[in-house]
Design a protein around this ligand. Structure first.
Ligand code: SF4
Length: 59
């Protein structure tokens, strides 16, 4: 089973992941990103690699 998680302790709300993979990442009410899907697409992998604080975990 795939799983995508954003570590809110690390996320700085930069918006890179929501720009790269808008179907999967949205801003939560606290202004930080959250994953709204579990499917690991190429865009999700790119977003995880591109996150400046390495807050995104993909399993
Ligand atoms: S790219 Fe990383 S730091 Fe930026 S909003 Fe997404 S999870 Fe947060």
């Amino acid at each position: 089973m795939s799983k995508i998680e954003v570590d809110k302790e690390k996320c700085i709300g930069c918006g890179a992941c929501t720009a790269v993979a808008p179907d999967t990442f949205e801003f939560d009410d606290d202004g930080l990103a959250k994953a709204v899907k579990d499917e690991i697409t190429d865009d999700v992998k790119l977003a995880a690699e591109g996150c400046p604080t390495e807050a995104i975990t993909v399993e």
